[in-house]
Write a protein that binds this ligand. Structure first.
Ligand code: OOG
Ligand code: NI
Length: 449
């Protein structure tokens, strides 16, 4: 029998992220300006730092530097979440991590659909931060019931896309023709619709409950609300935005600028006011924006606890009247800021490789590293940060939105809706670290360690 030739999920993901990028640039022209700015800043950074250029070139990073790293969507029901999980699985994207945003007054919880293995991440790292609306947190129960009714009546994935998802599941993949049709159909789910499905009064009621609820409930589907390229110098992008006619949010989320970059730094431009019709009546809605990210090393649970504590201190100091950036820089002054310290204190994840030879039996891994035989490269953080995500949400929802929900994480309910467990991101980094160490030690003849 002839085996079908499947289009690799990594290739389907690449087709998809390119199609999303083209669509979004068409829909939100300012996003095109942001891409140009990021390209200019990245080019200038590489020109000024030949060592960095050489390092990125060696790692095969240069040609994919400017491509989008992530996007975000917001879903209305568990059924939608389950369907989207199956859709992303066709592209090799799986739910990693659980993010509770209710602590920050945003009635959603979220995961990131992303590639999980090293090779897939290398090939195309595109991921989608996916939030599920939590109507259970809405105090006005009548409004929550109305919203639920509206959401029940919509179909966010086309019939053809649903057929192709089922085909991929039944056959174990999609042929090239099927993959192309799948990407075309999947795109429809994330398209912007300027015609709201609700009337103006319903929209106003939903906005009064929370802007985010209005954004999820009032439209035909979960429009992609931003795409995010990666920059090598986020401080420069933040500084340059106004000169390019782009209005940035006030501060960069995440850690301050550091020599050894950790986790994730993000900034965005404010959401645009767009013309919308509410059953024929003209109005407007703000939802879509652009974001930039700069990624650093992934932290271990110990490193992450230290990060969370340090950030909380900075925020408390700033809330007490200090300048935010100064408080942030001061709080992080004690956070180890070089790879060796991060590694020795087990604060960050690395990938090991044999970089030379070693005669005899080494006494320790540290000795192998000191000798230069064993090299440890930083593992890049591939996930998100809830406090940062809350800041991004808030800046694009409009800062005047004040709602407070009690912290109310409910990972079980999220996984029930998802129809699967989310993958623990720490386990993924630990696995890559351990496997690379075992391989490197074997290559060096140091299996005893
Ligand atoms: C998602 C905001 C979070 C990020 O990069 O942290 C996010 C949203 O506004 O829907 O995209
Ligand atoms: Ni984002």
């Amino acid at each position: 029998i002839k085996m079908p030739q499947f289009h690799h999920p990594n290739d389907i993901r690449s087709l998809f992220s390119q199609a999303m990028s083209d669509m979004y640039r068409d829909e939100v022209p300012q996003y095109g300006s942001l891409i140009t700015l990021v390209r200019d800043v990245n080019a200038a950074t590489l020109q000024a730092d030949p060592a960095l250029r050489a390092q990125l070139a060696a790692a095969g990073e240069l040609d994919r530097l400017d491509i989008e790293r992530h996007g975000a969507i917001r879903l209305g029901t568990g059924q939608e979440l389950r369907l989207i999980r199956r859709m992303f699985a066709v592209m090799g994207m799986h739910p990693v991590g659980y993010y509770d945003l209710s602590v920050a007054g945003i009635p959603v919880h979220s995961t990131a659909f992303r590639p999980v293995d090293e090779h897939a991440l290398q090939r195309n790292p595109f991921r989608v931060f996916t939030s599920l609306l939590r109507l259970d947190l809405v105090a006005d129960r009548a409004l929550a019931a109305k919203a639920e009714g509206i959401l029940r009546g919509r179909q966010i994935v086309t019939d053809r896309a649903q057929d192709l998802i089922a085909t991929a599941e039944a056959h174990g993949g999609l042929t090239q023709d099927e993959a192309q049709a799948f990407v075309r159909e999947a795109l429809e789910t994330f398209r912007w619709h300027a015609d709201a499905t609700v009337d103006g009064q319903t929209y106003a009621d939903l906005v009064a409950a929370h802007r985010l609820i209005a954004d999820v409930v009032s439209f035909k589907g979960p429009h992609i609300n931003h795409l995010t390229p990666r920059t090598l110098d986020i401080d420069a992008v933040q500084r340059e935005m106004p000169a390019r006619g782009i209005d940035p949010k006030a501060v960069i989320e995440g850690p301050p600028h550091r020599k050894a970059a950790i986790l994730l730094r993000q900034t965005s431009f404010k959401a645009l006011e767009e013309q919308v019709t509410f059953q024929g009546q003209p109005g407007h809605h703000t939802a879509r924006f652009g974001e930039i990210e700069q990624r650093g090393i992934a932290l271990t649970p110990a490193g992450r606890t230290l990060y969370d504590q340090t950030l909380a201190k900075a925020r408390a100091d700033a809330a007490g009247g200090g300048d935010y950036v100064q408080c942030l820089t001061a709080a992080f002054a004690d956070f180890p800021d070089d790879d060796a310290a991060l590694r020795e204190q087990d604060l960050a994840y690395f990938r090991y490789r044999a970089a030379g030879t070693f005669q005899g039996k080494a006494a320790s891994i540290a000795a192998l590293i000191r000798s230069g035989a064993l090299a440890a490269d930083p593992q890049i953080y591939e996930d998100f940060l809830p406090v940062s995500a809350a800041g991004i949400f808030q800046s694009n929802l409009g800062a005047d939105d004040q709602s407070n929900y009690a912290a109310n994480a409910n990972q079980d309910a999220f996984e029930d809706a998802l129809g699967a467990k989310v993958i623990d991101e720490m386990a993924l980094y630990a696995e890559i670290q351990n496997a690379s160490l075992v391989r490197a030690l074997q290559a060096l003849g140091q299996g005893h360690l």
